[in-house]
Design a protein. Structure first.
Length: 216
């Protein structure tokens, strides 16, 4: 199947209000150009060096999403152009993004990553941590970030009931704070579980292999 065929198929299957981010990490420029010409403008990368290199080459109306773990010392390389950072997993990182945004007088859109699988090896705030932060005034002092919502990754398991339970927990958190913080996005769902994520109100899905084929 071709990239353009895959994109059309997915877009026909998902609701109109769900944003498709094409996960283009490790994929060659040519693949991204095919997707772009087929009308795909949102791309997700997880390595800063690769993201910056692709942004330099590809059309400027592409919306770049940082979907991987982001180190604080790398924020400055993407601050000027990134459309949305999905993986803000600590207050220290949030503060650094705000600082880099202030330096260039730009407001940077972010999602707060929640560790919905409760896996200690995974990044993200715990539910208790984020509840405490969002109930306090802590985030109001950062003027160069806009928190657009939450991101979460379910456990890597074939057990759909576990996945659904994790998606439900983040959906409830999103509903709790959506109005207070004017959130727009709940980013859940990847190639294996995006249909379940959409059932639980995800409106950003991050798909790679479904579009570009399996990675080597």
């Amino acid at each position: 199947m071709s990239i353009s065929f895959n994109l059309e198929k997915i877009k026909n299957e998902i609701p109109n209000d769900v944003l498709l981010v094409a996960v283009s990490k490790t994929k060659p420029i040519n693949d991204l150009e095919i997707a772009y010409k087929a009308g795909q403008f949102h791309f997700g990368e997880n390595k800063i060096q690769e993201l910056v290199a692709k942004e330099n080459i590809l059309p400027k109306d592409i919306k770049w999403h940082m979907i991987g773990h982001l180190q604080r010392n790398k924020v400055k390389y993407i601050a000027s152009f990134i459309h949305l950072i999905h993986s803000v997993d600590s207050l220290k990182l949030l503060i650094e993004i705000d600082k880099q945004g202030h330096k260039i007088n730009r407001n940077i859109n972010i999602l707060i990553q929640i560790n919905i699988s409760n896996d200690k090896t995974k990044f993200g705030f715990s539910f208790d941590e984020i509840n405490e932060i969002l109930i306090s005034d802590e985030l109001n002092k950062y003027k160069n970030i806009t928190i657009k919502g939450f991101m979460g990754m379910a456990s890597f398991t074939n057990n759909k009931s576990i996945i659904k339970k994790q998606f439900l927990s983040l959906s409830k958190l999103y509903e709790k704070f959506k109005t207070i913080y004017s959130f727009d996005y709940l980013s859940m769902g990847m190639s294996a579980d995006f249909n379940e994520a959409i059932q639980f109100n995800s409106n950003i899905i991050r798909l790679g292999s479904n579009i570009f084929g399996r990675r080597n």
